[in-house]
Design a protein around this ligand. Structure first.
Ligand code: FES
Length: 57
């Protein structure tokens, strides 16, 4: 499923970056994919996916 339609970034890609590259915040995901740099509608969902993928202990 696409999270960021403007830049074609999927939830799978976000999870992959978090788990394999250790990129656990929206800023890091933005730097890698340009997610959120256009309309910004995807930011909230990206935060939720990161929280589910990398829960804060
Ligand atoms: Fe991500 Fe528009 S949906 S910037």
């Amino acid at each position: 499923m696409y999270v960021c339609l403007c830049h074609g970034v999927s939830d799978k890609k976000i999870k992959q970056l978090a788990l394999e590259e250790g990129i656990c915040d929206v800023r890091g995901i933005k730097q890698c994919t340009a997610l959120g740099s256009q309309c910004g509608k995807c930011i909230k969902q990206t935060k939720e996916i990161l929280n589910e993928t990398v829960p804060i202990l």
